[in-house]
Design a protein around this ligand. Sequence first.
Ligand code: SF4
Ligand code: SF4
Length: 480
Amino acid sequence: MKRAKSVPSGIVSASLDTRSQAQAKETGLPSVKEGRLRTYEPGDNVQRFLDLLGRRITRSLAVSMTACVHCGLCAESCHYFLARPDDPTMTPVWKADQIRKIFKKHIDWTGRVAPWWVNAASLRDDEDLNRLKNIVFGSCSACRRCTYNCPMGVDTGLLVRFTRGLLTELGIVPEGVFNVSRDQWETGNQMAVTEQDYLETLEWMRDEVRTELGTASVDIPVDKPDCEVLYTINPREIKFDPRSIAHAAKVFHAAGESWTLPKWGWDQTNFGLFSGDDKLGAYIARNVYEAAERLRAKRIVISECGHGYRSTRWEGYNWADYDQKLPTESVVVTLKRYLKEGRIAVDPARNPEAVTFHDSCNIARSGDLVEEPREVLRRVCPDFREMFPNRSENFCCTGGGGLLSMAEYRPLRLEVARIKADQLRATGAKLVCTMCHNCVDGLNDVIKHYKLPMRVVQVLELVSKALVVPGRDETKKTAR
Ligand code: SF4
Ligand code: SF4
């Protein structure tokens, strides 16, 4: 049997143990003994796929496999279909049917009794698997907007993630998914940031904030025990946007917070959510939870990241089978509390431009966090305007589901981004604010491709800009 295209033999065979037991002993940090990808010998992908499908199906997945009545009501929820209304392969129901028909043929009894009636179809060869890969990775951002619009409760986003997970186990994944997964297994963070780069960037930002506020009392502590807050971040902040760490440090300083970042377990993002790999999801989530335990922190605060929030706050406990008892919240919730309790003061006049807010799918739809960012933004921006639709009905930034890492699907992603571009343009705002680093990149692509006269900002940036720090020398340059 032929292997699927673009699938290197034994793609998930890398044995990755960059932090050895000896190093772990030396540093006192946990080793990455779990940080290994599974090894497979070349074999029958179809049979392995079917074995996994049968073993991993759960009750909630079985409902989504069987409850669809093909009413088509979900079609217009999907930005892919809205942008390509003449193409039925862009509808959520068609995409989900590609796994559903395999389930019905090989697993569910209905497909064995009356395959023509339930639209069951065999999974024949690696070409079929490759086609399935392009559907679930390439034509769906797993945004779950269709899920909210299905009267039968079918969760197409969940089915897509499940199918991705089966393919990931076989190594039938886009190259970008493989690379990012490997980096996160190998280094504990999805951008392969070294410990040295991490620590040096934090020191650099600490010095920036000290200069800005004119005081040496500002700190960005690392591995400080017994703090109120363990702050966890997205590696993108170290690599591409360290200003966001400076903004957080400034706010924590103004609020008089006792806080620290961990030396290990600082990456709250989790590519396991996108690839469907629950083992990776467990490993990364556990890193964060164990860091909080090791440092005896009282609360985990997650920087502005949609899938990081969903993974660390909601999904990670189950993946890791971890009894995590600490309160865990987005930094936007922390900001709201500081404002409410009067721990920070702000001057909204410092943000005069019109601002709209983009709800991240993983925060609004899958994380149920919708009013907090609005409450904060209304305090720091005099001209806040909603985009429509919004909250749990908002459209994806188009870069969700890990799509930003999959270059081969970029043309389709940008084509269907027309829906997002129209939505952004209609607000007339100069700034689009989002509490997700992934959405920052997704929206930037939309803005650039459709030449929109706006720029992307985040909540911390606007709060930091509006922050009134007692005794601060206002003539000093603002860190941004
Ligand atoms: S709305 Fe639900 S039941 Fe109707 S076609 Fe879509 S997934 Fe199936
Ligand atoms: S999850 Fe989002 S992108 Fe995927 S089919 Fe549903 S609406 Fe479309």
